[in-house]
Design a protein around this ligand. Structure first.
Ligand SMILES: [Zn+2]
Length: 98
């Protein structure tokens, strides 16, 4: 499957236009060479960017699992704290602690 950058390169070569902003450039001009160089440079970086993204997805997946494991204890803690606040708020203000 061709990546989007490969399709950009082909479209730029065939139409002599930037496929993103539609700016025209004649074949062999500096603009055309610059466009091709930029797209080729990006294409070369894709495998590395993919590896970095895959690692991030894996790390975020692990973080999500840890957070999901904490969801139940966190809601239990919030429930207990809420109960404590309620019992303190309803305590008698006369100093007898009832
Ligand atoms: Zn453009």
């Amino acid at each position: 499957m061709n990546s989007i950058y490969e399709r950009f390169l082909t479209a730029g070569q065939q139409r002599h236009r930037c496929p993103v902003c539609d700016r025209g450039f004649a074949e062999g001009t500096n603009e055309h060479q610059h466009f091709e160089a930029q797209v080729r440079q990006t294409l070369e970086r894709v495998p590395t960017m993919r590896q970095v993204s895959d690692r991030q997805v894996e790390q975020l997946g692990q973080q999500l699992q840890r957070l999901r494991a904490l969801r139940e204890p966190a809601s239990e803690l919030a429930r207990l704290q809420q109960g404590r606040r309620v019992s303190q708020a309803t305590r008698c203000s006369c100093g007898l602690g009832i």
